[in-house]
Design a protein around this ligand. Structure first.
Ligand SMILES: [Zn+2]
Length: 935
């Protein structure tokens, strides 16, 4: 979607002149000046793999780190026995005198978890809770300099900051300087770690950190991620590269937590899988128990710990579900109460290698009311004072921030002096797929609300394009006398707003699809507005860049010079192509390549006439395929025609093509075969050759110079691929399948996937209408099923674009009841139980499908790709949106495309997922030959 249609006025620009002398003109360096405009570029455009890269890949693997998560999964029985008071753990005992030589250091860390949208929108939470928390923070921390507090979401903090006076701002700065108030992580949000692309993870981190640097002059140093539903090493890597030394994670499979607690590996150096040294190591603390709330953070027994959550004192709005309420601390009970909590601290401490203990004290949207601050801080101070005044107890307890804890931990383990990190184990791998109890795996959210998971990536692509074009335009405008005319300030504001809206959407209840319906609409509206604004930035910047005479730039907000080639009419609709009206005078078509690689890429735009001629940036005619634009499956619209051609663009280049209407066009029309159950009377189209026939057992065949594809004549689905360079046939069969939800009490919802067994094949009583197009630039098979319009397109161009298949599914399951639709690709590849998924588009993580785990545990997040392989071939499914994937059988890949669930799954959301949209899922399927040994 980086094509821009230009409606150019000759008075403004003499383009052909600009193009002619462009090569000599350094100003026009970002113009497309390539000499290759023919359909089949002779140059090799497939990516060359450096042999050094292969060497690197063959070296990487499990060695070097002590703990490999794949090995841990291999060992664990996943048996879930009752552990007593610590239900998912075990009995913890200790000796009274263990701390005699070295006292226990306890850091009680007050925090408030503020979701930037979940049950309420971002703005509503801010108004009702967040602003009061931060206002009270300033007052309550100043009352006693032993009090501490921390904050992580800069989206909220910056909004609050903008509304407070300078006195309050100074007080905040003093509290930070005094170490009473700490910003942890400091991202725009606490992002989900499964669905976001690393582009967006970095975006939200930069947005938060730049804000902090500019407004507070602080740089966070510790990561705090207590609520994301599973954890990715990509996040660890980004934090390390941001300059962090420490991080904390919480939502990890209960069996892994228990195992780590037994091995005392809850604190470890997290190392990237591919790191052959130790440069990516970051110290990570994994919280041991079920939740980050107070009952599950002081020690193993939630019944005891709950009594030390003083917001739950009798008479308040919250109580303890274990039915023993807290008691306010006074002289008469302090000894007993202090002893009770110290017992919990000591037991928790037995799970770690040092005598420094972290005891978080907080929950969702805590510390709203002034009285809550008093309840927590006053009662805990009494407990601390009592403990600390009894040296025979061998404990030093205090309020702390996360960095206070890590500092003490590093000091005690001599971490900063030692050259080796041997005190703590080294771990590699990831923490997906998360289960919090029983067989409750959080693999549903990898797919929930897929429409918005796709919209997120669309926004990312526009943001990337806009940022580069804006930067190039800014540089050029600074050289021009007309500097003030280019709307750099206005557009910068739009860019910033877009980054923040993208950042907000990475929140662990946003991109995950786990918020209330109206909150989803709020996020969707923000993404949608930013997409429209970024189009404006792209138009303004591209307009400025294509001018030979920058002085001729005339900024007119009401009549932009350029238009984009698609329009999205609302936040929850799919974009529609604009129709370009052709005349005998050329219309200019600007195409932008936002990647840093030279691209030969097929571009399609809609025009109003089939009598079209296209000229390349060098003025040469370009081969064009004209395809019909359809109303439904079988009716040709003569309002518009789709033209497709191979655009050639240098890295980050803009290319200016010309489109005009001619008397006799040399463009090649695609022709069509339509397979349907009752083929109609032959009714010839006035332009296209369309043959109608009955669905048949004969195969449909598509072909280019690399591949020959066989599709079923009954279903239109792919069955077999022949790779022409080696002449081999590969069984690669596409199918669709339904999952239902279990008949047990706990059913699938926004978070959880609880299927009713294996998926059932998608059955159609009548064969679908199949529309096959054969063209010069591409051929395709489109199958019209009731719930999905499935397209497989084969491009007839050189390079990866021609070696892979474009797969698109327009999914509509709005009429369904507790069902999830999957696309399954079965092959003769001997992948056994191993497959691979990416993490955040940044790295590849090997996966093992395990029969000892329930089906839903074997679903993993896919951000950009998944593959299976054997010694001979690799089959990769590239994805333009994040979804859940699995490889449940040898040779299979499966991706969940949408889910409609009628009930809540008891994780606090209080609703099902019933706001399904018509959703476009886009993929590429790539079959590659493998050389050499299996890695
Ligand atoms: Zn949360």
């Amino acid at each position: 979607n980086n094509e821009i249609i230009s409606n150019i006025r000759d008075s403004v620009i003499n383009l052909s002149e600009s193009v002619k002398d462009g090569q000599k003109n350094p100003e026009a360096i970002n113009f497309s000046q390539g000499s290759v405009s023919e359909l089949f570029p002779s140059a090799s455009v497939s990516l060359v793999v450096d042999s050094e890269d292969c060497l690197f890949a063959s070296k990487s693997g499990s060695h070097g780190s002590g703990v490999q998560m794949l090995d841990v999964y291999d060992i664990l029985p996943f048996d879930n026995p009752d552990g007593g008071v610590w239900k998912q753990g075990f009995d913890i005992t200790y000796n009274e005198n263990e701390w005699d030589s070295e006292p226990l250091q306890v850091f009680v860390v007050p925090h408030s978890h503020n979701d930037p949208g979940w049950l309420k929108t971002f703005d509503d939470y801010f108004r009702d809770q967040t602003q009061h928390i931060l206002n009270n923070m300033v007052i309550k921390l100043q009352e006693d300099n032993r009090r501490k507090f921390m904050w992580s979401e800069i989206s909220y903090f910056s909004k609050w900051w903008d509304g407070i006076d300078s006195q309050k701002k100074d007080a905040v700065k003093r509290l930070i300087k005094a170490g009473q108030f700490e910003i942890v992580t400091g991202g725009w949000v606490m992002p989900d770690e499964a669905s976001p692309h690393y582009f967006a993870l970095i975006d939200q981190l930069i947005e938060g950190h730049q804000w902090l640097e500019k407004n507070l002059g602080v740089k966070p140093k510790s990561g705090w991620a207590i609520d994301p539903f599973g954890h990715s090493p990509t996040m660890a890597y980004l934090l390390k590269r941001t300059g962090f030394s420490n991080m904390l994670i919480q939502r990890v499979h209960y069996s892994v937590k228990k195992h780590f607690a037994m091995q005392k590996t809850l604190e470890f150096f997290w190392r990237q899988n591919w790191d052959l040294g130790s440069s990516t190591d970051i110290l990570c603390h994994m919280m041991p128990f079920y939740s980050y709330d107070v009952p599950h953070t002081c020690g193993p027994d939630p019944k005891i710990c709950c009594q030390f959550d003083f917001k739950r004192l009798p008479g308040g709005r919250v109580s303890c579900p274990w039915r023993v309420p807290p008691e306010a601390i006074h002289d008469g009970n302090v000894q007993h109460r202090a002893w009770m909590i110290l017992d919990q601290y000591r037991k928790k401490s037995k799970l770690f290698r040092t005598k420094v203990l972290l005891a978080p004290l907080g929950d969702d949207f805590r510390y709203v009311e002034s009285s809550e601050w008093d309840q927590q801080y006053q009662n805990y101070q009494k407990l601390f004072d009592f403990m600390n005044s009894h040296p025979e107890w061998h404990v030093k307890a205090q309020f702390g921030t996360l960095s206070d804890y890590f500092e003490a931990l590093r000091k005690e383990s001599n971490l900063d002096e030692k050259s080796s990190n041997s005190f703590f184990p080294v771990l590699s791998g990831d923490f997906f797929t998360y289960a919090d109890r029983d067989h409750h795996y959080w693999s549903g959210y990898f797919t929930s609300r897929p429409f918005y998971k796709r919209l997120d990536r669309v926004l990312e692509s526009y943001l990337r394009a806009a940022e580069i074009l804006y930067s190039l335009a800014l540089v050029q405008s600074s050289k021009s006398e007309k500097r003030s005319v280019f709307p750099s300030v206005d557009n910068y504001k739009l860019l910033t707003e877009a980054r923040r809206n993208l950042g907000l959407f990475q929140h662990h209840d946003a991109i995950t699809g786990t918020s209330k319906d109206w909150v989803v609409v709020d996020y969707g509206t923000r993404l949608f507005h930013s997409i429209m604004n970024l189009k404006k930035v792209i138009i303004d910047s591209a307009h400025f860049l294509i001018l030979k005479d920058k002085g001729a730039y005339n900024y007119d907000i009401s009549t932009p010079l350029l238009k984009m080639d698609d329009v999205q009419s609302s936040q929850d609709s799919l974009p529609r192509k604009t129709v370009i009206k052709l005349t005998s005078q050329p219309r200019y078509l600007l195409i932008y390549n936002p990647t840093e690689q030279e691209r030969f890429s097929v571009v399609s735009v809609n025009v109003n006439s089939p009598r079209v001629k296209l000229l390349s940036p060098l003025g040469k005619p370009v081969t064009v395929q004209i395809s019909a634009v359809w109303d439904g499956a079988t009716t040709v619209s003569h309002e518009a025609y789709q033209i497709s051609f191979v655009a050639h663009l240098p890295p980050l280049g803009l290319g200016v093509y010309q489109l005009l209407e001619v008397q006799s066009s040399e463009a090649v029309l695609a022709d069509y075969n339509i397979y349907m159950r009752n083929s109609r009377q032959e009714k010839p189209d006035r332009l296209f050759k369309i043959k109608e026939m009955q669905n048949s057992v004969d195969n449909i065949i598509l072909e280019n110079s690399y591949l020959k594809l066989w599709f079923s004549g009954m279903s239109g689905l792919l069955e077999k691929i022949n790779t022409k360079d080696d002449g081999k046939n590969h069984q690669i069969k596409v199918e669709f399948a339904w999952y239902g939800t279990t008949s047990n009490r706990d059913k699938s919802g926004a978070y959880l996937f609880l299927p009713d067994g294996d998926a059932k094949p998608y059955i159609f009583t009548d064969p679908p209408t199949i529309r096959v197009a054969h063209g010069r630039i591409f051929s395709e098979v489109v199958c019209f099923f009731h719930h999905v319009t499935h397209t497989m397109r084969l491009y007839k161009v050189q390079g990866l674009e021609g070696q892979s298949l474009e797969v698109s599914n327009i999914v509509d399951i709005r009429g369904e009841y507790n069902r999830e639709l999957a696309m399954r690709i079965s092959s003769d590849i001997n992948s056994q139980n191993r497959f691979y998924t990416d993490l955040n588009g940044y790295q590849i993580q090997p996966r093992l499908t395990m029969s000892k785990l329930p089906l839903q545990a074997n679903i993993y997040p896919m951000t950009t790709m998944t593959y299976i392989q054997d010694v001979a071939v690799r089959l990769t499914l590239h994805s333009a949106q994040s979804l859940g994937v699995a490889s449940l059988k040898n040779g299979q890949l499966e991706v969940i495309m949408d889910r409609r669930l009628m009930q809540d799954d008891n994780r606090g959301l209080g609703q099902g997922v019933q706001d399904n949209k018509i959703t476009a899922n886009v993929f590429r399927l790539l079959l590659e030959r493998r050389h050499g040994t299996d890695v």
